[in-house]
Design a protein around this ligand. Structure first.
Ligand code: CNA
Length: 326
């Protein structure tokens, strides 16, 4: 507590836009912690705003969810993947163009001031804006994996399923199952042959079918594994890269900039507590958050705020990239 109070005392002079401008001017190793609020202007709803996905899921009522968060819950997904796939195309990153915020982050990287962008977003708009020092803490749609055999496939492999609102099943599992069934069938045949003559049976008399069924259940039964986009659902752990990067970056960071997040989802929301107390924090968001006390709070639309800050600093935000859609 005394460390926190000392920090408050040391940084208590910070509060104004002028302070934010000075920090931006002088900081060389900035961590940006971003959330869904930097993509709302691209047309992608966030989770928790009054017009966000949770409110929409609640209003629509057609998904029969007890709680809108269930849509992104791994246990629920395992039970009822068809619910997520009937909805996923609404959040699939297709024709979106990076916002001024994404481009502002790119500009900081180009200026050599960005240590890393920890984004909670899964829309990959940072990549589209050209940001390379980005960690997609909650993964993205750029790859997908089988929940059963863990085979990873490129995201576009499941795009047709997302668009057709169908559940994709794993081709590798299916192949492994078919190979195993075939191998067992061959084994059985070989065993029969070596056991005795006179016991040969005609194909299609039913016995072989029974054997095939038992093979399938030995393999594990049912369908091959469900493929899930590699976005982190509630109940799933974050990639170890998150801890590794944070462990390294906390030694170097000189400014923490938090943009467009309600800071409600752990462990990313806990980044603030892992950063040394001497590092100043600027929070840019449409709505205030009451469970953290950043040094400087700039409330309003993130695009407008970063555009204003840039104009005051004489910086130019790069134009949006040219995106060619087929
Ligand atoms: P959240 O909890 O929905 O919070 C978003 C915050 O952004 C809210 O506090 C809003 O007030 C604020 N906000 C909304 N619009 C603006 C704006 N124009 N300018 C400034 N602030 C704005 O979302 P979080 O990111 O905090 O929660 C983390 C979740 C959201 C992660 O697991 C993400 O995967 C998930 N998510 C991501 C996307 C995306 O990739 N674009 C979209 C929706 C949800």
């Amino acid at each position: 507590l005394s460390r926190i109070l000392r920090r408050r005392e040391r940084l208590s002079h910070l509060s104004s836009v002028e302070d934010a401008l000075n920090l931006l001017r002088t900081s060389k190793r900035i961590i940006i912690l971003s959330g869904a609020g930097i993509s709302t202007s691209c047309g992608i709803p966030d989770f928790r705003s009054s017009t966000g996905l949770y409110a929409q899921l609640q209003d629509e009522g057609r998904y029969e969810l007890d709680d809108p968060q269930q849509m992104f819950d791994i246990r629920y997904f395992r039970e009822r993947p068809e619910v997520f796939y009937s909805f996923a195309k609404q959040i699939y990153p297709s024709n979106f163009v990076p916002s001024p915020c994404h481009r502002w982050i790119k500009m900081l990287e180009d200026r050599g001031q960005l240590l890393r962008n920890y984004t909670q977003n899964i829309d990959t708009l940072e990549n589209l804006a050209g940001v390379t020092k980005v960690l997609q803490c909650h993964g993205s749609f750029s790859t997908a994996s089988c929940l059963r055999c863990k085979t990873r496939v490129p995201g576009p492999t499941i795009e047709p399923y997302i668009m057709a609102q169908k559940v994709p099943y794993c081709g590798a599992c299916r192949e492994a199952r078919d190979q195993e069934i075939e191998a067992r069938r061959k084994q059985r045949e070989a065993a029969k042959k070596s056991k005795g003559k006179g016991k040969a049976r005609a194909w299609g008399n039913g016995d072989d079918d029974d054997d095939e069924d038992s093979d399938e259940s030995e393999w594990g039964g049912g369908e091959p594994g469900i493929i899930k986009p590699d976005i982190t659902f509630f109940g799933q752990a974050l990639d170890s890269e998150f801890d590794e990067c944070l462990f390294k970056d906390r030694e170097e960071v000189d400014l923490l900039l938090i943009i467009g997040t309600s800071l409600k989802v752990a462990p990313v929301s806990e980044v603030l507590t892992h950063i040394p107390h001497s590092v100043p924090q600027i929070f840019i968001n449409l709505t205030p958050v009451h469970h953290v006390q950043p040094d400087i709070c700039l409330l309003g639309d993130a695009d407008s705020i970063v555009t204003y800050l840039s104009s005051q600093l004489g910086w130019t935000i790069p134009p949006p990239p040219v995106v060619l859609h087929p």
